[in-house]
Write a protein that binds this ligand. Structure first.
Ligand code: NAP
Length: 482
């Protein structure tokens, strides 16, 4: 029998898997075994890329035999049942100490379940979030692996070799145990939803209020990309707005149906945040904005409802554009602040030792939300590891304070003019809620106590209280009441 030659294997050779396999093969020292359920994809890959020196296998037994021990395999198949099917197959041919990595977009609770089940066989299981799409998989993604420290020992050097690089550092770190990697990847995607929606709201205002054409707005975004908003999403927005439709000669953005799709990771972020009790309101509004856009019957029925009460006349267009830019930046800070709140809450709930500054670092390149801005987040957590809310870090607090007049003008102007800015507006409300001296939550507690005897605490005394709302005595302590 021949000696196994591959130090890494890839299962699933659709878009992501084939590109990741090519990326792995292009790095010195790697020999890659490949397997796909239907052999045609394997054949296509090895025929199209002879330079990669892939070891093609057509059964799981052959795949396992091709791998050096401890065997390491990255699964890139359809998330859900596909992943479970491959894990079942690999656990029958792998041995204790081997490593199975799921690089698909799994729900982190599935990863927690799978990790426990696979660990019981002695095999390591690592859920790794991989961001950057097809291009990232080929040239260097941002990678967010979970799993055991033992698995990271073997896997770390391999993943470092294929990850994107930012300021000389590979965009990969051991995020935490079991589902931590997929959890953080999910939050990354949630922030991505907010970032995209904020940019879309800025575009809408520049178009409808500023009276600018898509090509002009493209120039503005290109300009913004040279400042503090510098990011991949701002950069591609300029490209999208520049594009002209070959058939009609119109800006392409005007012929694209205005109904945004979603694959579910934004909704997962919001669902998880609801479970954790974390107000990710900006991310939620971004998810809901896509849902609203995709309700054509309701939109048609509501089309003639009354709207603006005040036309928004812009006398100084440059000042207006700057207001929108600042509102966008402030709202973006809130989206990241909320996203990191969710990471902190997840880490507490699931007992993960997540280093927030490291997460910001590995998002600087390779992934969709990549931006220079992330350096500031790393610095904020380095300055104060116990920082309770990113928006309160001096750099971000100053940035928001500087943007505040613009932000308020934009949100109030849009409300009067009947232009939807759900993410701008909810981010501003969140900010005002967070900084409020007193919130009307006191009244809500009173209501809850009235109808449900849910009790309340007081600002001036220790204890738990319940009021007999229709009785003589205005209040008694809960301890006395029960
Ligand atoms: P995909 O379309 O999600 O899945 C197709 C692959 O899954 C094929 O190789 C298919 O094999 C395999 N598969 C499905 N069911 C299977 C089963 N029961 N047993 C074995 N193999 C099975 O592929 P993709 O777009 O390359 O994505 C792969 C993973 O990466 C997904 O989890 C996706 O969510 C994640 N991801 C994708 C992107 C992206 O930009 N596309 C970005 C990040 C992460 P056959 O060829 O035999 O059908």
């Amino acid at each position: 029998m021949t000696q196994p030659q591959a130090n890494i294997g890839v299962v699933g050779l659709a878009v992501m898997g084939s590109n990741l396999a090519r990326n792995l093969a292009s790095r010195e020292g790697n020999t890659v075994a490949v397997f796909n359920r239907s052999y045609e994809k394997t054949e296509t890959l090895i025929t199209d890329h002879p330079e990669a020196g892939f070891i093609a296998t057509s059964t799981y037994d052959e795949f396992a035999a091709a791998l050096q021990k401890p065997r390491t395999a990255i699964i890139m198949v359809q998330a859900g049942r596909g992943t479970d099917a491959v894990i079942d197959a690999l656990t029958t041919v792998f041995e204790p100490g081997d490593i199975i990595v799921d690089g698909g977009n799994a729900l982190f609770t599935d990863t927690i379940r799978r990790e426990a089940a696979v660990r019981a066989t002695g095999i390591n299981f690592v859920g790794a979030g991989i961001s950057g799409g097809e291009e990232g998989a080929l040239n260097g993604p941002s990678i967010m692996p979970g799993g055991s420290a033992e698995a990271w020992e073997t896997l770390g050097p391999i993943l470092r070799s294929i990850a994107a690089v930012a300021d000389g550092e590979p965009c990969v770190t051991h995020v935490g145990t079991d589902g931590a990697g997929h959890f953080v990847k999910m939050i990354h995607n949630g922030i991505e939803y907010a970032d995209m929606q904020l940019i879309a709201e800025a575009y809408d205002l520049l178009r409808r209020v500023g009276g600018l054409e898509p090509a002009e707005i493209a120039e503005i975004f290109a300009e913004w990309n040279r400042g503090e908003l510098e990011s991949y999403l701002i950069e591609i927005t300029a490209e999208v707005l520049k594009q002209v439709d070959a058939t009609t000669g119109k800006p392409l953005v005007d012929v694209i149906l205005d109904q945004a799709g979603a694959k579910g990771t934004g909704a997962w972020t919001v669902q998880s945040a609801l479970d954790l009790g974390v107000p990710v309101s900006g991310i939620a509004e971004a998810v809901f904005a896509r849902s609203l856009s995709s309700k054509p019957a309701q939109r048609l029925a509501a089309r003639d409802l009354p709207g603006a009460v005040d036309a928004w006349e812009v006398s100084d267009r440059a000042a207006f554009v700057e207001d929108v830019r600042r509102a966008l930046y402030a709202s973006k800070i809130i989206a990241y602040s909320q996203g990191f709140d969710a990471i902190v809450a997840g880490a507490e709930q699931y007992d993960w030792d997540i280093r927030k500054g490291e997460i910001a670092k590995i998002w600087r390149a390779g992934c969709i939300i990549r931006a220079q801005f992330l350096n500031r987040i790393t610095e904020a957590y380095a300055d104060d590891p116990e920082l309770v809310a990113l928006v309160t870090a001096p750099y971000f607090a100053d940035a928001v304070a500087g943007a505040l007049p613009s932000w308020r003008r934009v949100v109030s102007g849009a409300a009067l003019a009947g232009i939807p800015t759900p993410t701008f507006a909810s981010s501003l409300s969140y900010y005002d809620g967070l900084r409020a001296d007193r919130l009307p939550a006191a009244l809500v507690q009173g209501q809850r106590d009235f109808f449900g005897a849910h009790t309340y605490e007081r600002v001036d005394r220790e204890g738990t209280f319940h009021t007999l709302w229709s009785g003589d005595r205005s209040e008694i302590s809960a301890a006395d009441a029960h």
